[in-house]
Design a protein around this ligand. Structure first.
Ligand code: GRF
Length: 221
């Protein structure tokens, strides 16, 4: 695919930006079908801003504390992405609820990564809750965004085992490593036009895993 045909994407962050970094790293590959053209942060101190700058990607801080309402903040974000000509928004650790108007404006062009296997553990503190319930598998989900929090057509998921001596930090690190593999993979599939939304589901063409593969915990061997 020529560089000119790469899907222009925007990324929304609030903090560390390690998923942004994974997307930037993928976009640096000559054969990758998307490119990050603008990173928007609602926090001026977000570490991800430096990651974008280091990759030569323009950034814009749209500090929600400067806006009187959610509506005016969301409108500023839309304006920034429209001006940049983006076709898809990737939320990557963006820690602010969006208005229904924004979600509808970008319907089927707005994706998010959530640190749990949805529909389990919607919301915050997913790793602590997975540990508290004794879940044996945990992971992450890339999904299209709908107004109800942590719902929407699922593009891809990754599972990791929960190990007996895990604490929140160890489990979070294992999930995060999976996030960094999953998010670029899902963006690639979307940018290649291989993801179709049908009702509440996202149908992915030609990306079949080994049907016999199972991650079993406790192991059966
Ligand atoms: C990730 O765990 C992501 O799943 C969640 O927020 C965290 C962001 O981390 N939505 P980072 O900023 O990408 O490092």
């Amino acid at each position: 695919m020529s560089a000119a045909r790469r899907m222009p994407v925007g990324v929304m962050i609030s903090g560390r930006g390690s998923n942004l970094q994974a997307l930037l790293d993928a976009c640096a590959r000559p054969d990758y079908p998307a490119r990050v053209v603008l990173v928007v942060s609602n926090r001026p101190a977000a570490q991800g801003l430096a990651r974008a700058a280091a990759a030569g990607v323009p950034t814009q801080v749209i500090d929600d504390r400067d806006y009187a309402s959610r509506e005016t903040f969301d409108a500023a974000v839309t304006e920034a992405f429209e001006a940049a000509g983006i076709e898809l928004i990737c939320m990557a650790g963006f820690l602010r609820l969006l208005t229904e108007g924004f979600v509808e404006r970008w319907r089927d062009r707005l994706i998010n990564i959530h640190p749990a296997i949805l529909p389990a553990f919607k919301g915050l503190d997913t790793h602590a809750r997975a540990l508290a319930t004794g879940a044996k598998l945990h992971g992450c989900t890339v999904h299209y965004v709908r107004f109800d929090m942590d719902t929407g057509p699922i593009v891809g998921q990754a599972a990791v085992p929960v190990l007996p001596d895990d604490d929140e930090a160890r489990l979070a690190a294992r999930v995060l490593a999976a996030e960094h593999r999953l998010y670029p993979r899902c963006l690639q599939l979307i940018a290649e036009g291989r993801v179709r939304i049908a009702g509440d589901a996202a149908i992915v063409a030609g990306a079949t895993p080994d049907a016999a593969a199972a991650l079993i915990n406790p192991s059966d061997s």
